[in-house]
Design a binder for this molecule. Structure first.
Ligand code: SF4
Length: 299
């Protein structure tokens, strides 16, 4: 497996409750990595030998500032390329942003600020501008993640790419908030996963409960129960009860394989996939979870 990127969801908690959030981030969500659990994860990532980059995201990772700082330093010390994705709520002025970011200088290889009309009143928020200015001064490479307000289905996709903004994907909360407002296509037309390399993932997401996600809510194993090396070595995509059908014929095949009740049309492949997975959760609790990834507050 060519797994080389680990995206750590430091927490599901967020200052915002965006309509397009893949992971249902909100102030009501809980769960966060501890320093000890971060260190254990980084050691496992190092032990695997193929991971080159570690990103910290959420939720909003700056809500756990001291742990985030420790995590970034610990990652850099182990030789990983390190990135952070933030909504930038904390960047009140460029001077303040510099104070927040100064301790990261020299340890951080990229900082991405999410900003668009679904996060803020402006497409490029003042907070995002403050971050860019502070990063320029500190020598931290920075960019913006800007999502387009939904126009409808038929978006181009680059499989396995980190989400860099652009069109909305109808996963997570967007299946409820945005998908009903856009035109739909026939469910049978979604005959492949257009975004993830499920057969050979280049990057995975790890949540505070230890779940390793191939796509948000689609789990390949729990790193607090089995070492990463073992999970990766034992991954058989064709035998995974959800990945297998997705590889054979996309979300439409997942629906057919388990006879999932469905509507006639969906906004995109992810909308059908997420809806089918939601319906299958009781049958496959180990592969489809945890609760926060499906819009339920963590117990
Ligand atoms: S939601 Fe389903 S179709 Fe969309 S990227 Fe994830 S696995 Fe692929």
């Amino acid at each position: 497996m060519s797994l080389d990127g680990l995206h750590v969801l430091l927490t599901y908690r967020c200052t915002f409750r965006c309509d397009h959030c893949f992971v249902w981030g909100s102030p009501d969500q809980g769960g966060a990595f501890t320093k000890a659990s971060i260190d254990a994860v980084l050691d496992q990532a190092l032990d695997l030998g193929t991971i080159h980059s570690v990103f910290f995201e959420g939720g909003e990772p700056f809500l756990y500032y001291p742990i985030l700082l420790e995590a970034v330093r610990a990652s850099a010390q182990r030789g990983f390329q390190v990135g952070i994705v933030t909504n930038g709520y904390w960047a009140t002025t460029a001077d303040d942003a510099r104070v927040w970011l100064e301790p990261f200088a020299g340890h951080l290889d990229s900082l991405s600020a999410s900003t668009d009309e679904l996060h803020f009143a402006n497409r490029v928020s003042p907070e995002a501008q403050h971050i860019l200015e502070a990063c320029r001064a500190l020598g931290i490479p920075a960019d913006l993640i800007v999502c387009d307000v939904p126009q409808g289905p038929g978006q181009p996709a680059r499989r396995g790419a980190v989400v860099e903004g652009g069109p909305i994907l109808y996963r997570g909360r967007a299946t409820q908030t945005l998908a009903p407002k856009v035109p739909s296509l026939a469910w049978e037309s979604f005959d492949e996963c257009p975004h993830e390399r499920l057969d050979d993932p280049g990057r995975v997401h790890l949540d505070p409960m230890g779940n390793l996600h191939l796509c948000q809510g689609l789990v390949m194993g729990n790193l607090f129960e089995r070492p990463l090396k073992e999970i990766v070595a034992g991954y058989r995509p064709a035998k995974h009860p959800i990945v297998g059908p997705l590889l054979r014929g996309g979300p439409a095949e997942l629906v057919r394989r388990y006879d999932v009740p469905h509507a006639e049309g969906y906004a995109d492949a992810c909308h059908l996939c997420f809806s089918a997975r939601l319906a299958l959760r009781a049958r496959f609790p180990a592969e489809l979870g945890p609760d926060p990834m499906y819009g339920e507050a963590a117990s």
